[in-house]
Write a protein of this length. Sequence first.
Length: 113
Amino acid sequence: MPKNRHYKTVRFYETVFVLKPTFTEEEVKQKAESIKKFIESKGGEVLHFQDWGTKTLAYRVDNFNHGRYFLIQYRTDNSQLPNELDFQLKINEDVIRWLNFQIKESEVIKSAK
């Protein structure tokens, strides 16, 4: 067996992000879908995608009291994807807060098919 053979490890991640509450339903769907497509374009597989709806924020963020929450769980062998997604969310003016972290496979929500 060659010594320099590299194996890619598949890891699971969860991202919660909050969109500004000023968008129409159609705009919200487009903006959320663009984040999902970004993950897929970088080699991630979206396992669970959920719209949690508009919720009151714990404190004002960018002069907003409410935000539209989303949850995405995905897996990838691209170790740079979480950092790239974090950067994309940071520069996206439509996103007011986000949290991106690694989870165990057992923590993935099983979506109804």
